[in-house]
Design a protein around this ligand. Structure first.
Ligand code: SER
Length: 602
């Protein structure tokens, strides 16, 4: 069965059972969902529905179903195996205070096993788990009974604890805020000969060997958590189910992994001849698919939040290619193939195809420069990979730590992560100290995001004035408020309109190029060698903090001795909606040979 048939059958099945079919929400969470503090992307079909699961009436009724795009990065280290993906689609049906365990379980079973209306899976290959009970909620005999009444033998119903049968399951500290509850999961035997009955131990073993795969989860939401603690019962009992499309496709297409299904195989086929490992190929296929959907939903690579995750995905894809490169031709080939697979279900991909390629090309190009330089440096020092060397590769050469680690692993070397973390913490406290110092100077309030933006804009302006007016320009003063920046500089004559326009254009170009603002700290003598701008005659300490706009210090557009703080990417100067531009409002003389510019972002 093709994946498009699985989607269609699922929606049809629940439509017949009086569910309203919703279209997929964006991958990007919104403030209205009330989950943006805990999740940057929708990681499950229930997430866009959080307010309704908490009791707000849904305009489309209390029975809903959809196919939701999801991105989950919590499992990122598992990507490359048979069943994990950062991007996936989740089939889900919901009851908002309407039906509960009996109906949910019955419909899950019917959809999985019915040949006419569902997927026609073999009931003899099905295993289920239910919650064994704890202080929060009793042993789920109701769910077990529901399974038994459908003919699932008792010994194929496994009782398990909260780590497996409570949703969301918690890895590390529980920070979940939202609806929650015990769940019942369905597993399917994907071995050729069939495993038959399994003892609880054999069931665990088969799960860990990926001989059985979890294909559906029915959550019975009765509780509300705040910051990981149950704060009470929900006003209504809900059902939240989720079935991974990729896994169902694997099962139905008789594949032992999701990468051989019609959802990913065409992408994997593009790499048949490449000599990199199977898991690297899977990482590339997975990460480029996730990136494609994220870019289509408006995410752009940056150094913070969602943009950072996208950047990491793109960079990891590149690192996993044989030659650590994604050029235009390859990007085009991958995106054409991915869009070809998905355009019918997600037409927005087709209209944004060239845009997606453009964003990927730009990011891959930037990363290419970082890598060429960084890898050279890495090779030079691979013999002697001390914590200082690693830290220098990270700060001065912009090589992501994860990539340094991967390259070291390829060479059979290990890196002292603890020493790196320590160095990083020290580095960050130095930047903070710098920030406090600078705070006393021309910055009004470093906690104000506008002040940070104007501070970075000031660095751009300083460099752009040099570009347009020549090296004679020297900074004479700077003052920043949340409303504007003011910059005084030495220059003999009034700027022409054309010169002002040129300066604005350069800065706006840098803003739209999404260039990272980075910081390094180094001894003064070394700092002076970097060519970073500073005031002659000013007293600097022995340790100098340099802020630079670019991927690496060497290739940076602007570099200055500066205590910060700054935004982390020039794109942030474009404001929350990405529309602001830099404008010079006034250019005037304040004394003989000294000019003052007032400028705004807006
Ligand atoms: N929220 C549950 C899950 O993600 C069921 O949809 O598994």
């Amino acid at each position: 069965m093709q994946s498009s048939d699985i989607r269609a059958r699922f929606l049809e099945f629940f439509k017949k059972r009086n569910h309203t079919i919703l279209s997929s929400a964006s991958l990007v969470t919104t403030d209205e969902q009330g989950v943006t503090n805990t999740t940057l992307f929708n990681t499950a079909g229930m997430q866009p529905l959080v307010p309704y699961l908490l009791g707000k009436p849904h305009p489309e009724g209390n029975r809903l179903a959809n196919v939701q795009k999801c991105v989950r990065t919590i499992d990122i280290d598992d990507i490359g195996d048979k069943t994990h993906a950062t991007f996936f689609e989740m089939l889900g049906n919901w009851s908002l205070g309407d039906y509960f365990k009996k109906e949910a379980i019955t419909w899950s079973y019917e959809f999985l096993t019915s040949k006419e209306e569902g997927l026609g899976l073999d009931p003899h290959r099905l295993y289920v788990t239910v919650f064994e009970g704890d202080a929060n909620s009793p042993r789920d005999l109701e769910a077990a009974e529901a399974w038994k009444s459908l003919g699932v033998p008792e010994h194929r119903i496994y009782f398990k604890g909260a780590e497996a049968n409570w949703w969301p399951a918690v890895k590390g500290k529980d920070t979940w805020t939202g609806p929650t509850g015990p769940c019942s999961e369905m597993f399917y035997d994907i071995t050729e000969s069939g495993l038959g009955d399994l003892t609880p131990e054999q069931f665990e073993q088969a799960d860990s060997e990926q001989k059985i795969v979890e294909i559906w989860n029915d959550v019975f939401m009765e509780f509300e958590k705040k910051e990981g603690t149950i704060v009470g019962k929900l006003t209504q009992k809900n059902v939240d189910t989720g079935a991974g499309l990729e896994r169902l496709a694997a099962v139905l297409q008789k594949k032992d992994n999701i990468y051989d299904t019609d959802l990913l195989k065409p992408v994997m086929d593009l790499m048949v001849k490449a000599p990199n490992s199977l898991s690297s190929k899977r990482i590339i296929a997975d990460h480029l698919r996730a990136s494609t959907f994220l870019i289509a939903d408006g995410v752009i690579p940056s150094n913070t939040d969602r943009g950072y995750i996208l950047r990491r995905l793109i960079r990891r894809a590149i690192i996993n290619t044989t030659d650590k490169k994604l050029d235009e031709k390859r990007i085009s080939m991958f995106i054409d193939t991915l869009v070809g697979i998905y355009e019918k279900s997600y037409p927005e991909l087709l209209s944004k195809k060239e845009y997606i390629k453009g964003v990927l090309n730009e990011e891959a190009g930037k990363f290419g420069q970082v890598l060429v330089q960084g890898i050279k440096e890495f090779e030079k020092s691979a013999e002697n990979l001390t914590p200082e060397v690693v830290f220098n590769l990270y700060t001065t050469h912009g090589l992501p730590f994860e990539i340094i680690k991967e390259m070291a692993k390829e060479k059979g070397l290990t890196i002292d992560e603890v020493a790196f973390e320590k160095a990083l913490a020290q580095h960050q406290s130095l930047s903070r100290a710098g920030a406090e110092q600078k705070f006393k100077g021309g910055l009004s309030d470093v906690n104000d995001p506008m002040v940070l933006r104007y501070h970075t804009a000031t660095h751009l302006l300083h460099q752009a004035l040099h570009d347009v007016l020549g090296e004679g320009v020297g900074q004479k003063g700077s003052n920043i408020t949340p409303e504007r920046l003011r910059f005084d500089f030495s220059y003999g004559t009034k700027m022409t309109d054309e010169q002002k326009k040129k300066v604005e254009d350069i800065i706006n170009e840098k803003i739209t190029q999404h260039i990272p603002m980075k910081q390094v700290t180094m001894p003064r003598a070394q700092a002076e060698q970097t060519g970073a701008r500073h005031f002659f005659g000013e007293k600097y300490g022995e340790e100098i903090s340099i802020y630079f706009i670019g991927d690496t210090l060497d290739a940076a557009y602007s570099k200055e001795f500066c205590g910060g703080p700054h935004v982390s990417n020039t794109s942030e100067l474009a404001g929350p909606e990405g529309k602001w531009r830099f404008k010079i409002q006034k250019e005037e003389a304040i004394s003989q040979g000294v000019r003052r510019i007032k400028a705004v972002l807006g």
